[in-house]
Design a binder for this molecule. Structure first.
Ligand SMILES: C[S@@+](CC[C@H](N)C(=O)[O-])C[C@H]1O[C@@H](n2cnc3c(N)ncnc32)[C@H](O)[C@@H]1O
Length: 264
């Protein structure tokens, strides 16, 4: 099984994009992956919508991946979004999209889907521009670095920090998750700032391009406890539980959580 430090060599961004951002799968099927991504899009939308305008201007997406899916909703409220990704190929994919490269991934079906939730599907092109304009940086990050998790290593703390499916992929054990979450919150989130995390519960592996990668086995209690230890007050947790009929072909997630909290 491949671990956090193996991602640079073993992880195929191309396969991840094909399998995990498939428009057909995500928007048009009842597959577990479709359910998971739609739950994420809807929940991020609700989180930002509910407290509109009260999250500040600057958002940090830690481990954005090769795509912009997790920040579409946020871009309606944050004029300044910094993206980060461990793997160079992933950063390149975001830059390709920002530069309107003809070979860039087409995010428009997802932007339309979210614009519809926002009540303005016909204005999806304006939202696409708003998203492009909001992204001010795409930088390297490494959640396993014991001191500096980004390059440049000093960034002014942000108003909101969002991380989706990253700490669970990279942290080998709960002790590392607790330590790195604490560091992330201490360095990159200002007091009173909001933290949002998406992750799997009770999973121990996932597969990309036929290669099995470690997933951190976490219970709800592990997550709450790590958040408290990092100086966060839990505000809200959302869960999507997978039933017997929801077997992922490439992961063994029991549930997906999205948590939202405030740094005390
Ligand atoms: C499941 S993907 C999530 C990507 C994106 N946030 C999403 O929701 O689609 C896992 C991400 O973790 C990143 N990753 C792997 N090891 C990492 C590390 N040591 N530090 C930070 N990110 C890492 C991978 O490059 C990949 O983009």
């Amino acid at each position: 099984m491949w671990k956090g430090e193996d991602y640079t060599e073993q992880f195929s961004m191309e396969a991840y994009m094909r399998d995990f951002y498939s428009v057909e799968n995500i928007l048009h099927t009842e597959s577990p992956k479709g359910k998971m991504r739609r739950f994420a899009m809807k929940t991020f939308h609700e989180i930002f919508e509910k407290n509109s305008g009260n999250y500040g201007d600057r958002l940090f997406s830690f481990g954005t991946g090769p795509g912009v899916l997790e920040i579409i909703s946020a871009s309606r409220y944050f004029p300044n979004i910094s993206c980060s990704e461990f793997i160079a190929d992933g950063r390149k994919e975001i830059v390709k999209w920002l530069e309107k490269d003809p070979n860039a991934f087409d995010w428009s079906p997802f932007i339309k889907h979210i614009s519809k939730m926002e009540g303005n599907e016909s204005k999806w092109e304006e939202r696409e521009k708003q998203l492009r304009d909001a992204i001010t940086a795409v930088i390297p990050c490494n959640c396993l670095d014991p001191t500096n998790m980004t390059e440049p290593n000093y960034l002014k703390p942000f108003d909101t920090l969002l991380t989706s499916g990253v700490l669970d992929c990279s942290c080998p054990d709960i002790a590392t998750y607790r330590a790195q979450l604490k560091l992330l919150i201490r360095k990159y989130l200002k007091p009173g700032g909001h933290f949002i995390q998406l992750g799997p519960l009770e999973a121990d592996s996932w597969i990309v391009n036929g290669k099995t990668f470690h997933a951190l086995y976490m219970t709800k209690e592990d997550v709450y406890s790590a958040w408290e230890n990092a100086g966060l007050k839990v505000e809200q947790f959302y869960f999507l539980k997978y039933g017997e009929e929801d077997k992922f072909s490439d992961a063994n997630y029991k549930a997906t959580f999205i948590g939202k909290g405030i740094k005390l």
